[in-house]
Design a protein around this ligand. Structure first.
Ligand SMILES: [Zn+2]
Length: 414
C-alpha cells in the first residue's frame, strides 16, 4: 500500500475511453445519439459495468436503472464517497455532456487501483438514468427519484413519443435493478461536468469551482390592448399590446443587468392578429428569470411585476401574469467545495467560482447528501450539440481535480 497522495490520472487512457464509448450511438457529425435506456445506452452500460468489475468494484443497480460501482476502503462502515454523472445524451448530443463525469470517475478509480491506493472510505461511481429528459420528460428524472423528488412509479410511467414507458424499457435492456431507489447510500458526491457556457473559455480558466445551481423561475404574460385600424387610429388613442410588450421586454432585460450575475430573458412571443395594418390587440410572451441567490431572485421577481404593471398603465393596456415553474437555487456543500479548492490548488490550475446555469443530477442529489460540482471549459460554450468540444487536456484537468478533491475529502475522514 502506498501513502502517496499525488496520484496522477492517465490523460490518454481517459481520452481513449471517451472516444471508444462515443462510438456507442456515434453520429456522422461526430456527436452521440444515446437516448436513455435505448440499445445504445445498454451497450455503454454493459461496457461500464464490465470495466468497473475488472477493477474489482461491486456494481449494483437500483429500480430506476441508476448504477453504482463501489470499491471498498479501509473503513467500510464509512459511507462511500461518490463521483457521478450520466451516460445518456440528447438526440444530437455531444461527446462530453455527462459522459466526462462518469468516465472521468472511472479513470480516477482506475488510478487508485493501479497505485494500489487504499482510501479510508469506499469510493463509488454513479451513473444516473435519464438525466437528459429528451426521451422521457422530465430531465434529471432518476437522480430525482433517488432524492425523493419523484416516485419510482412516476418514473416508470413516463412515456416516449412512441408510447413506450421507461419501466418496460428498463426491463427490456436488463437494468431494472433490485435495489430500492435511494437505498444505496453515499456520504458525498462530486460531479465533474463540462460548463455548457462560455465563461471559463472567455476568462482562460481551466476549472470552475461550482458553488451551486442558480434558481430558475418561469412566467407567462398575456397583454391585452385593443385592435384598431393603423391608418384611422391616432397615436394618442391607441391601446397597442405589442408596444407595451416591447417596453416590458426591454425592462426585463434591464432587470438582468441590474442583478448580475442574474439573467432575465424573453424567448417566446406571439402577437395577435399579427397583421401589418392592425394595431396589435393581444400579445403572449414568456419570461425566464435566474439567479444563484433566492433572495435576489425575489427582488428580480418584484421588479418584474412592478415594471410590467407600470408599463401596462402607461400604455393603457391590461395584463395577466402567472408563475408556471420554480426551481429553487441550490447551494453546494461548503466542505466539499473546499476539497475542490484544495484539489485545484494541488494541480495548479487557474480557476474561478461559478454557479451552474443549467440543471444537473447534482442539484437533486444535494437534497440528500453533501454534493458539489467541478466544471471544465467547452469550446464556444456550445453544448447539447454534436459540435460540443472539450480538449483532451481539459478533460484530464477536470479528472485530476476530481480525484484530488475526492482524496482531500477522504483524508478529512481519517
Ligand atoms: Zn449533463
Amino acid at each position: 500500500m502506498t501513502s502517496k497522495t499525488n496520484l496522477t490520472i492517465n490523460s490518454q487512457r481517459l481520452w481513449d475511453h471517451l472516444m471508444h464509448t462515443a462510438q456507442m450511438g456515434g453520429t456522422p457529425k461526430g456527436g452521440i445519439k444515446r437516448l436513455t435506456v435505448s440499445d445504445e445506452d445498454k451497450r455503454v452500460r454493459d461496457w461500464f459495468k464490465a470495466e468497473c468489475e475488472s477493477l474489482g468494484c461491486k456494481v449494483e443497480v437500483d429500480e430506476v436503472g441508476n448504477m453504482f460501482a463501489t470499491r471498498a476502503g479501509k473503513h467500510n462502515h464509512l459511507k462511500p464517497i461518490a463521483m457521478g454523472s450520466h451516460l445518456d445524451t440528447q438526440p444530437t448530443g455531444g461527446k462530453f455532456d455527462g459522459v466526462l463525469g462518469v468516465l472521468g470517475a472511472l479513470e480516477a478509480m482506475r488510478t487508485l487501483v493501479d497505485m494500489n491506493y487504499e482510501t479510508n472510505a469506499p469510493i463509488m461511481i454513479a451513473n444516473w438514468t435519464n438525466e437528459e429528459g429528451s426521451r422521457f420528460a422530465p430531465a434529471m428524472l432518476c437522480s430525482g427519484v433517488y432524492a425523493g423528488v419523484f416516485t419510482p412509479e412516476f418514473a416508470w410511467s413516463r412515456e416516449d413519443r412512441s408510447g413506450i414507458n421507461l419501466g418496460d424499457e428498463l426491463v427490456r435492456i436488463g437494468y431494472k435493478g433490485q435495489h430500492k431507489a435511494g437505498a444505496i447510500k453515499f456520504g458525498a458526491m462530486f460531479e465533474l461536468h463540462i460548463e455548457q457556457g462560455p465563461i471559463l473559455e472567455a476568462e482562460e480558466k481551466m476549472i470552475g469551482v461550482v458553488t451551486g445551481v442558480q434558481g430558475m423561475r418561469w412566467y407567462e404574460v398575456n397583454v391585452t390592448g385593443q385592435e384598431s385600424h393603423t391608418g384611422a387610429t391616432p397615436m394618442t388613442l391607441r391601446k397597442n399590446a405589442l408596444l407595451a410588450a416591447a417596453h416590458m421586454i426591454s425592462a426585463i432585460d434591464d432587470i438582468g443587468f441590474d442583478h448580475l450575475p442574474g439573467v432575465a430573458s424573453v424567448g417566446l412571443i406571439e402577437n395577435k392578429p399579427n397583421s401589418r395594418n392592425v394595431v396589435p390587440g393581444e400579445v403572449f410572451f414568456t419570461v425566464d428569470l435566474r439567479h444563484p441567490d433566492e433572495n435576489v431572485l425575489d427582488k428580480m421577481e418584484a421588479a418584474f411585476r412592478q415594471d410590467i404593471a407600470e408599463i401596462a398603465d402607461h400604455c393603457r393596456v391590461t395584463f395577466e401574469e402567472k408563475c408556471i415553474w420554480k426551481s429553487p437555487a441550490v447551494q453546494f456543500a461548503p466542505e466539499l467545495i473546499s476539497c475542490v479548492r484544495d484539489g485545484v490548488a494541488k494541480a495548479g490550475f487557474a480557476s474561478r467560482d461559478m454557479a451552474s446555469g443549467a440543471g444537473h443530477d447534482a442539484a437533486y442529489i444535494a437534497r440528500v447528501a453533501p454534493t458539489t460540482m467541478i466544471f471544465v471549459p467547452c469550446l464556444g460554450g456550445i453544448s447539447h450539440n454534436e459540435a460540443e468540444s472539450t480538449t483532451q487536456e481539459e478533460c484530464a484537468a477536470g479528472t485530476q481535480v476530481l480525484l484530488n478533491s475526492v482524496l482531500a475529502y477522504d483524508a478529512s475522514l481519517a
